[in-house]
Write a protein that binds this ligand. Structure first.
Ligand code: NAI
Length: 397
């Protein structure tokens, strides 16, 4: 197995894959479409971050690929549907930076309550503004978390450890951690919180979820934190709420429009506000998160290559069958059309193989079949399965 890792992927990924006996090439930069088409021909799997585009053209020129790894959170840079139709699972690391975001939010809660960032700016300019006025402890204050998923629930645990009361609102029922309490509605949460922290995905429901009406429902002197998605908060409405001193401050890490790179100038109406923390979408940007991503996607590759597990895949039916000794495992990806299984069963009968266990997972387009074969004949059986007109990819482990 030869694996190409592009775009400065954390070295831990190479180390882990090499420990499993794979041959790994690590390259610092991204590749353009033409170069990727050529490079991928010499590899069985490729890994990349957000800059390399894995287009339909790249995939069709390289249908032999076993897997593609997005060593990041998003997978927009990969044509995941084309990959699935070619029998290529795509893996990513959606939760590797969860703790990093949660820690930034905790930093911002105290930073806002004590005006740390504003006073720090002043001190750098020679202004000594020692005062206790409008500076608060966070102990005993109420934190309202909107979206009690991976990040929201981590923030909940950390905030309680600092003595905060935590309430949360989620559209689905979530198990409360520690002493946190769910509330019935967003409106209740806004009315009861000293700090509101948003941790929802970008969906139709969350677009401009926080605008003038919602800001007006918040307590006077409360703070708003958004490290989720830029579409969730109406920035102009927030700017007005702060100018009118209805809110005492805000911390914003994500914006409706963000610079495409570090050279582009960033502009926001909030830049004029004193107790507003603006960060360049760094919630998940830590060394630890990069290492976690390297580990998570390398591990997904290993589990797929060694066992056929697609549990961490974004475009494949999920299957995770433990490996048994004394059997040969066959993996088959096929078009999800009527009659495929009966064709497979006919081959089982005609070749006389003993199937020790089998698992089939499907989505609307493809079926993913794992079969553990007890006796000899696995190779002949797998060759016959591969020849079926609806088979996309067949592999013996
Ligand atoms: P998650 O999927 O684990 O949790 C999201 C939660 O929001 C779920 O419990 C869901 O039921 C809930 N939810 C969805 N719609 C809702 C609504 N209308 N009202 C209330 N709750 C709703 O996601 P995770 O990993 O916790 O991420 C949360 C957000 O943080 C995402 O938008 C993600 O893109 C963002 N994020 C930001 C980073 C940064 O650098 N600032 C880094 C990583 C994630």
């Amino acid at each position: 197995m030869k694996i190409l890792l592009l775009e400065n992927i954390h070295k831990v990924a190479k180390d882990l894959l090499e420990q499993e006996g794979y041959d790994v090439d690590l390259q610092p930069g991204a590749l353009n479409e033409g170069d990727l088409i050529e490079a991928a021909k010499s590899y069985d799997c490729i890994g990349l971050r957000s800059k390399t585009q894995v287009t339909e053209k790249v995939l069709h020129a390289n249908p032999h690929l076993f897997a593609v790894g997005a060593f990041c959170i998003g997978t927009n840079q990969i044509d995941t549907s084309s990959a699935a139709r070619l029998g290529i699972p795509v893996f990513n690391a959606p939760y590797a930076n969860t703790r990093s975001v949660a820690e930034l939010v905790i930093c911002e809660i105290i930073g806002l309550a004590r005006k740390v960032f504003h006073l720090n700016r002043q001190a750098h300019k020679g202004q000594w503004q020692k005062s206790a006025k409008s500076s608060y402890e966070v102990r005993g204050k109420t934190l309202g978390i909107v979206g009690y998923g991976h990040i929201g629930s981590q923030v909940s645990v950390l905030a309680e450890a600092m003595g905060m009361n935590v309430i949360y609102y989620d559209i689905i029922k979530k198990l409360p951690l520690g002493n946190s309490t769910p509330v019935e509605s967003l409106e209740c949460l806004l009315a009861e919180s000293d700090f509101v922290s948003l941790h929802v995905p970008a969906t139709e429901l969350t677009t401009n979820m926080i605008q003038t009406k919602e800001l007006n429902l918040m307590r006077k002197g409360a703070y708003l934190i958004n490290a989720s998605r830029g579409s969730v908060v109406d920035i102009d409405a927030l700017n007005t709420a702060i100018s009118e001193k209805h809110l005492a401050g805000a911390a914003i890490d994500v914006f409706p429009v963000e610079p495409k790179n570090n050279e582009e100038i960033f502009q926001s109406p909030l830049q004029e506000q004193e107790n507003v923390i603006l960060t360049p979408h760094i919630g998940g940007s830590t060394e630890e998160a990069q290492e976690n991503i390297g580990r998570e996607v390398a591990d997904a590759f290993i589990r797929f290559l060694k066992m056929g597990s697609t549990q961490a895949s974004v475009n494949f039916p999920q299957a995770d069958l433990p490996l048994k000794s004394g059997v040969t495992r066959m993996l088959n990806v096929h078009k999800n059309v009527p009659g495929v299984l009966s064709e497979i069963n006919k081959i089982v009968a005609s070749t006389g193989v003993n199937i020790s266990s089998q698992y089939l997972a499907t989505n609307t387009e493809i079926g993913y079949l794992i079969m553990d074969i007890e006796n000899e004949g696995a190779k002949g059986f797998s060759d016959e399965i591969a020849k079926l007109p609806n088979s996309i990819k067949t592999r013996l482990l």
